[in-house]
Design a protein around this ligand. Sequence first.
Ligand SMILES: [Zn+2]
Length: 67
Amino acid sequence: MKKCPTCNKQVEWQDNPFRPFCSERCKLLDLGKWVSEEYRVPGKPVREDPVENDEEQGALESSSSEF
Ligand SMILES: [Zn+2]
């Protein structure tokens, strides 16, 4: 038996598609942790889209926030 890196629960390794995690949830949580740490890098803006795309994005964002 191993311990799940996310919740420290004992993990069954046999027939476990999510190992070393105990479940898909813990696997996703761990991935999410890494992703959010990656995105936390300060500095440049993430995207450098041309103005046309930027306008489209703004329209989408404002309509979804209204909703
Ligand atoms: Zn777990």
